[in-house]
Ligand binder design. Sequence first.
Ligand SMILES: Cc1cc2nc3c(=O)[nH]c(=O)nc-3n(C[C@H](O)[C@H](O)[C@H](O)COP(=O)(O)OP(=O)(O)OC[C@H]3O[C@@H](n4cnc5c(N)ncnc54)[C@H](O)[C@@H]3O)c2cc1C
Length: 424
Amino acid sequence: MSTAPAKPHHVVIVGAGFGGLETAFRLAGAPVKITLVDRRNHHLFQPLLYQVATASLATSEIAWPIRYLLRDRPEVTTLFANVNGVDAAGKRVLLEDGDVLSYDTLVLATGARHAYFGHDEWEPFAPGLKTLEDATTLRRRILVAFERAERETDPLKRAALLTFVIIGAGPTGVELAGTIADLAQDTLPPDFRNIDTHKTRVVLIEAGPRVLAGFPDDLSSYAQASLERVGVEVMLGQPVTECTADGVVYGGKKLEARTIIWAAGVRASRAAEWLDAPSDRAHRVQVLPDLTVPEHPDIFAVGDTVTIAGPDGNPVPGIAPAAKQQGRYVAALIRARLTGKTLPPFRYKHAGSLAQIGKRRAVIDFGWLKLRGTIAWWIWGIAHIYFLIGLRHRLSVALSWLWIHARDQRAARLITQGSSKVTR
Ligand SMILES: Cc1cc2nc3c(=O)[nH]c(=O)nc-3n(C[C@H](O)[C@H](O)[C@H](O)COP(=O)(O)OP(=O)(O)OC[C@H]3O[C@@H](n4cnc5c(N)ncnc54)[C@H](O)[C@@H]3O)c2cc1C
């Protein structure tokens, strides 16, 4: 009597960011069938998004079609769909269009989005940076502001057009402020006739007492001094209390500005809500030491959508290497479970923190070694090029950076998604 072959264990991964993709990569060769679902058709290298927003890189240099990345893996099916719930009792993932996907093991790697601390009404005036669309929208706003200033005759309106406010002085805020200042000081001046782009104001507003709060004091002071050297006005200890189409209010003062960028806070995806799982103030799932969701041993959650303590007792940071380490651990644990084994709890290893401040300036904290300035900038560049996927992207990004370095030219200065009538 013949028996039907056993159905392979079905792993559904939601999210093809750093955590989800790493899980899929690391399950190569395991006796599983994988379905990878994402509401975008591309994997995005978020650490370089600000370079698209500031016209240094093109969108295609920092994103890859997910299908292409997994083309050599016949056991992986990629689905372009939005997940809007999980039926844990029925072991099913619910898609927005009404379809369902059954799983044996589920991995939630759905990341995070912006948080406006209860002021969602600020979002239209102060967009954040999370997706390729966000980056091209910001690029358009920045470039359109210079274009409109070129035609504006009222000095006050022109000043508001040439004022760029960035809210939040973490790595993204610092990187944006430094690069917009470089754009205004080095790249744009020869292209305009009626405005002097050197007069551009870049104002970085932070509620806390210093920039790059996650870095040691001396690197944070260096970053602030470097920003100020290129003309960025750094406002510390002054939370923003209002954001409108005309500008911001901070520390009781009103600042007229036509371009405001939000780099101040994130909130996790809705994964905790889907499972009614315990979560922290940023809505991150409080996972168990093996990265499973409490009371759901067959559901893992990884990356920015979770919180777990690191070896020093502090929460593991929401950075790409952490999401990848978690993805790697989950893949290893799924393999172990298939052979009736288990693994010791997840243990995070922090390799270091890096932030670029602008052209030829960066800070790096490896713990055992702290670096700043040009040498840090070179290491920052090499590290980022190393983590891009594929030779073509590495070469393309390296060439774009060398061009900026040598000629102060930014090839991606294109205004898309609108005509000259569009103001926002
Ligand atoms: C502007 C910016 C700069 C950054 N700079 C750095 C840096 O310099 N260094 C660093 O290490 N980290 C940096 N980070 C953080 C880093 O990008 C994140 O920690 C990392 O992306 C987290 O990986 P993840 O897999 O958890 O989530 P993500 O990479 O965000 O991936 C989540 C995926 O899930 C998908 N998804 C979400 N919800 C659904 C749904 N309902 N249905 C289907 N699919 C869904 C999304 O489309 C996305 O593809 C930066 C982040 C940003 C936004």
